[in-house]
Design a protein around this ligand. Sequence first.
Ligand code: SF4
Length: 289
Amino acid sequence: MAKKLQIKVAETAGFCFGVKRAVNLANKAPKKYPEQEIRTFGPIIHNPQVVNQLAEIGVKQVDKVNELKHGVVIIRSHGITKQLARELKQRPTLTVIDATCPFVRRAQEIVEEMSEAGYQIIIIGEHDHPEVAGLISFGDPQHTRVISSPANIPNRFFTKSKPSRIALLAQTTQSQQLYNEVVQSLSAIKGELRCFNTICTATSDRQSEALELAKSCDCMIIIGGRNSANTNRLHELCEEKQPASYHIETADDLQVEWFIGKQTIGISAGASTPKWLIDEVIKSLEKFA
Ligand code: SF4
């Protein structure tokens, strides 16, 4: 008799503290400001299904500053640039709700403080991610470098006759393993190194649990927006341990052939994936089982 498909769901799968807070603020805004137009600058979180649900209750996304003339604007969980935040707060016809995650805010403060103290800033992250663009804006962009691997560390830090002063931090959703590798490489620089592990606990706990699941399951499903940095990272990490790892946005993306001959399916999800999307995937998998 064929064995039953076993489904193991990570306890850390789904909304993190920062995303829950941002989505709650957005959900409450229409009641709090019934007469006003409510907008988010960019997607409030990187999950298209949640962004669409908010649009249905009138909380819509805008991508250009000149579209924000009056009403209420909600600053997304991964923050905006220092200049833009200042500009929005100065507009008398706009009410600003700041949903920037406190972990992102802390990383912004570190960039600001260390930059003012004369350190060169190294950020481990994705150059094009809005969180990283925000972080860069809190320091001196001329003395800030974004790297995605130890190989991107400029050679001059190791060879300079004048010692360097470097402050290292990471985009909050980066991999802990990459952070450790960069710290290891930078320990050989000539000069002073200050390390700030700004990877948030929601990310590191989720990564550790998903990796353990990937080792013990013969297929992994990672649920989350394709534009979600932390979901993509989760998928990459799981794939290293379990090649049969798939990144999906919704239950419709599941393909029955992925599960042929498999017995244990692990499920994890990005920090911006709502519970109802995870439940739908579990229901579909139970049907396959
Ligand atoms: S993943 Fe971390 S930094 Fe990002 S919103 Fe969640 S708690 Fe905040």
